[in-house]
Every structure is written in structure tokens, then in C-alpha cells.
Ligand binder design. Structure first.
Ligand code: PGA
Length: 251
């Protein structure tokens, strides 16, 4: 790890009602003793909870949305803009998660527009990329990820306003993960691409996501080009999420 500050982000997906969310955050804050000094912690709950968890209730953690619309406002029923997330206290937003790409047919071009909307609103975009199992089996994992990066990274790509999350689709919610060698190779490839594109590859944070748990976090987070994790299921259990935070090497 270089001087990049690691980040552990929790993606709650479509989980959490107010009471259980408040209890989870209080439990987590008690375990961590507030925002840890060795890494950034960002919680991405459903948008309905962002105002429910306000002020001191945020416990000093970073907050993020799970998706945003590309426009700032307008006739887009059911959508939420990056500006609205910012207004609700977010500093980050996940864009291009594979569940959005699969369930909502989001294309690379749409994801790029969302990442650019995040930047416009003053949010850091956490841009997700990752191959399916069939694509990996076909030997095309790196090709897919590079094509997704080329198609969905914002045109003004910079380490201050974009974080990349490598999330192999087949590892999400399955309990399966790539080998450490495969994770290291993909993160190295992503960093090389970022460097070719911006000349600042070493400055970008690249998170790994997909079945990160307390028992595999330390070895994954110790890899040179892994700058943190995007955690789904395990972020819904304070003890597990805390264990992952604790396993993160500091910087
Ligand atoms: P998981 O999800 O940790 O439950 O595999 C990760 C993600 O989808 O961000």
C-alpha cells in the first residue's frame, strides 16, 4: 500500500428499516469507538435512511448513496439525483453496481453519466466494474473490466473524485472469491489502466468487493493494490463489519 488511505465501504443494498439501522450504527460506533483513524469508513444505506440518520447519529462515519440519476432534477419518477444525495449528507455514491447493470439494464454510457453527475454534485463516485463467471471462464475477465472502465469512467477522471471497486459478479453474495493472485492481478491491471489514462494511477483507491468477510478480509486487504473493500452482506452485521474494519491495514 502506498500513501493511499484505505476505505471500507458498506453497501446495505435494499436492507434496513429505521430502528434496525439506528441500532446497527450505534453498535458499530461502539465497537469502533467512532470513525477509525486508520481508514475511511463509508456507509451506503437505502436513501430513505439518510435523513433518518442525521447529525450526531451519523457517528462521524462517511455516508454514501447506492445509485444516482444523471440529471440534477426533473421528471424522473422514483429517481434520486446526486445533488439530493449531497443535500442528504452524502460524500460518496456507488455507481454501476452489477445489480444496477443487471436488474436495471444500465449501460456503460449511463454509468459514466452517473459518475459525472456525482462529480458535478461534489460527490466521490465509487465506480463498480467486474466480470461474470462465464466471462472469467472464457479468459476475458481483464478484457471485460478494461472495457467497462473505458466505457463508464467519467471523462474528468481523478483520484480525488473517483474510486474504483472491482467486484466480480460471481463473487457477490455467493461466499466465493477469486484467489488472492487473481485479485492482485486484476487490481494491478486496473491501476495500469488508470495510469495510462490519467498519469496518476498510483493515486487512485481501488476497492475489492464480493464476499468480503471477517475470515478473508485480512489477506485480501493486505494485497499491494487493494486499497479497501466494498462490503455487502457483512456490512449488515456490526460485529462482522467491525472485524473487517479492524483487519484493514492502516495508513
Ligand atoms: P457481498 O456484496 O459482500 O454481499 O458479496 C458486495 C457488493 O455487492 O457490493
Amino acid at each position: 500500500m502506498s500513501d493511499r488511505r484505505p476505505m471500507i465501504a458498506g453497501n446495505w443494498k435494499m436492507n434496513g428499516l429505521r430502528e434496525e439501522a439506528l441500532a446497527l450504527i450505534a453498535d458499530l460506533a461502539e465497537r469502533t469507538g467512532g470513525p477509525p483513524s486508520h481508514c475511511d469508513v463509508v456507509l451506503c444505506p437505502p436513501a430513505t435512511l439518510l435523513h433518518a440518520v442525521d447529525g450526531a447519529g451519523r457517528r462521524g462515519f462517511g455516508w454514501g448513496g447506492q445509485d444516482c440519476h444523471a440529471e440534477a432534477n426533473g421528471a424522473h419518477t422514483g429517481d434520486i439525483s446526486a445533488e439530493m444525495l449531497r443535500d442528504a449528507g452524502c460524500g460518496h455514491v456507488i455507481v454501476g453496481h452489477s445489480e444496477r447493470r443487471a436488474d436495471h439494464g444500465e449501460t456503460d454510457a449511463q454509468v459514466r453519466a452517473k459518475a459525472e453527475a456525482a462529480q458535478r454534485a461534489g460527490l466521490v463516485a465509487i465506480l463498480c466494474v467486474g466480470e461474470t463467471e462465464a466471462e472469467r471462464d472464457a479468459g476475458d475477465a481483464e478484457g471485460v473490466v478494461v472495457r467497462q472502465l473505458a466505457g463508464s469512467a467519467p471523462s474528468a477522471l481523478a483520484p480525488e473524485t473517483a474510486i474504483i471497486a472491482y467486484e466480480p459478479v460471481w463473487a457477490i453474495g455467493t461466499g466465493r472469491t477469486p484467489t488472492l493472485e487473481e485479485i492482485a492481478a486484476m487490481h494491478g491491471r486496473i491501476r495500469a489502466w488508470l495510469d495510462e489514462r490519467t498519469g496518476q494511477g498510483a493515486g487512485f483507491r481501488i476497492l475489492y468487493g464480493g464476499s468480503v468477510k471477517p475470515d478473508n478480509a485480512a489477506e485480501i486487504l493486505a494485497l499491494a493494490d487493494v486499497d479497501g473493500a466494498l462490503v455487502g452482506g457483512a456490512s449488515l452485521k456490526a460485529a462482522d463489519f467491525h472485524a473487517i474494519i479492524a483487519a484493514c491495514p492502516g495508513n
